[in-house]
Ligand binder design. Structure first.
Ligand code: GLN
Length: 544
């Protein structure tokens, strides 16, 4: 029988519920348990695909093409749980499905209501992940307890224990225990209120994970235990990690959370061996190099908009053969338009231009790429970053002055990036993109092949526009190598510039497949090139 863990959050948002859930998954997997991860999001959008990165951070794309919440990135980076469209449901999806059933007449004339119809639908989504090959499903409920939108989800997980038995469910509540300087103490009242709200709707949390900036004293834990009706050993401290998010699983292990879970749910499995994670932190603490990477994008000021890219850069830095501390500097591409690349980009060991949508800041990205190409600075372009590299090359090397993407200039005489079929209906947003994992075939003797050490690779896509193959030979004659294509060689997936130490751009999103213990080969190649550039810069040229 599959066991279920439900993770809720209280007091404030952004407590790191996704990271905590992923860490719990990691600890249980390291005990030999088969884990599945899921997030239920209370917002009404059907998926986050149409939401602005300003509001919601990056859209995380799964292999099956689902556009999901960025917390699923934590799940994939920390666990081996296979993620599919069943791993992320929103209120919008739940209601859409119920309304479609109603239209098909499936409710036989009954009044369709939140309880039981919406809650039944939610429970069905949770059941989808359970099965003979799964020991534990971890379901994270987005939002904060007390939000109007969360109510049906909380009601559904309450009912869930009635359906499958209390002994098969565990409720974990993540809460904030703030330190009040004026009083000189940690405050437990917000947590009491938050647990009170859960109890009002019939959920008594089994475990309370307390986010705190200070160490909690025994007395403080006892007080929380008493007021929240939770055994003392189930009050778990999760202190802020200033150094790295990769400390979170180790700190939860130190606080014996995994032991508590297996005891409480009568799960088997020995004490987890986290030596590989400890080694990783050791490498992070003892870097051999320090390099700086500029990430030139439109959402530079938003921490979560390029989350997986920042993570993938860090993973490459943590690789045993590189062991470099990466100083990531997000740079607003519009600032480059205003101040010029020399002022903002000199001194970096590598430049990365990530994906994006919309025209704002495009010229700044093109200028940054020109700077990287002509100054021979390692350059990595991702999705829109590759499209901008194509535009830059077309304008400045091929001399097509008005070269552009038809996304930004419909009537350009050199549409080097365009829709595969410009007739296609692209006014309908969402669902018209090339989405999800697809194979790319790599050309021998290329940088890409050298990095991947493989002939075929599978990478995730999320874009509408493509390189215009009519221009292929013109680009190739001028020194561009298309080192990765799709099976029929119509779609250019990877571009390299031959006369450059490391200039590579990809139409897909490699960042979604990078893991802390298995960094992505292209990110590793980029960081290696950045280290080489740095070492080279530090050695003064030999005197004749
Ligand atoms: N806007 C571009 C397109 O739709 C690139 C998208 C992206 O970078 N993810 O093709």
């Amino acid at each position: 029988m599959t066991k279920h863990i439900f993770v809720t959050g209280g007091v404030v948002s952004s407590l790191g519920k996704g990271l905590t859930s992923a860490s719990i998954g990691l600890l249980l997997e390291h005990r030999g348990l088969r884990v599945r991860m899921q997030k239920l999001d209370p917002y009404i959008n059907v998926d986050p695909g149409t939401m602005s990165p300003y509001q919601h951070g990056e859209v995380y794309v799964l292999d099956d093409g689902s556009e999901t919440d960025l917390d699923l990135g934590h799940y994939e980076r920390f666990t081996h749980s296979p993620l599919t469209r069943d791993s992320n449901y929103t209120t919008g999806q739940i209601y859409l499905s119920v309304i479609e059933k109603e239209r098909r007449g499936e409710f036989l004339g009954k009044t369709v209501q939140v309880i039981p119809h919406i809650t039944d639908e939610i429970k069905e989504c949770i059941h989808k992940l359970a099965g003979d090959d799964v020991d534990v499903v971890i379901t994270e409920i987005g939002g904060t307890v007390g939000d109007i939108e969360s109510q049906p989800f909380l009601e559904a997980i309450r009912q869930f224990a009635l359906d499958v038995g209390k002994e098969n469910c565990l409720y974990i509540h993540l809460t904030l225990v703030p330190y009040l300087k004026a009083a000189g103490e940690l405050k437990t009242k917000p947590s009491q209120h938050s647990v009170g709200l859960l109890r009002q709707i019939g959920i008594q949390p089994d475990v309370l994970i307390c986010r705190t900036e200070r160490e909690m004293s025994h007395d403080e834990k006892e007080k929380i235990a008493l007021f929240c009706n939770i055994p003392l050993k189930a009050v778990i401290e999760e202190r802020d990690k200033d150094f790295s998010i990769y400390e979170v699983p180790l700190s939860l292990l130190d606080n014996r959370l995994d032991q508590l879970i297996v005891d409480r749910m009568q799960l088997s499995g020995g004490r987890p061996d986290l030596a590989a994670w400890q080694d990783l932190l050791h490498r992070l603490r003892n870097p051999r190099y320090e390099i700086s990477i500029a990430v030139v994008g439109k959402y530079a000021e938003h921490r979560d908009a390029y989350k997986s890219i920042y993570e993938a850069l860090d993973h490459a830095g943590m690789a045993p053969h590189l062991q470099a501390q990466i100083r990531i500097q997000p740079i607003q591409s519009e600032d480059i338009e205003r101040d010029g690349p020399e002022r903002l980009l000199s001194g970096f060991d590598g430049i990365l231009v990530p994906g994006g949508f919309g025209e704002r800041g495009i010229e700044g990205k093109v200028a940054a790429i020109r700077y990287a190409r002509t100054r021979k600075i390692p350059f990595f372009g991702i999705c829109l970053g590759m499209q901008c590299a194509v535009i830059e090359f077309a304008r400045n090397v091929l001399g097509f002055e008005d070269a552009h993407s038809t996304e930004f200039q419909k009537d350009t005489s050199h549409p080097v990036i365009c829709l595969l079929d410009e007739q296609k209906d692209v006014t309908r947003k969402g669902g018209t993109m090339r989405l999800g994992g697809q194979d790319a075939y790599l050309v021998p003797n290329s940088l890409a092949r050298q990095c991947y050490q493989s002939e075929t690779v599978r990478e995730r896509h999320r874009h509408r526009y493509e390189f215009n193959s009519h221009f292929r030979s013109t680009f190739e004659e001028a020194g561009v190598r298309f080192s990765g294509t799709n099976a029929d060689q119509k779609l250019m997936e990877i571009l390299e510039i031959e006369d450059h130490p490391w200039f590579l751009a990809v139409q897909f999103h490699p960042e979604f497949q990078s893991k802390p213990l298995a960094c992505h080969p292209l990110f590793a190649g980029f960081i290696q090139a950045a280290i080489q550039r740095r070492n080279h810069r530090e050695d003064p040229p030999e005197k004749p």
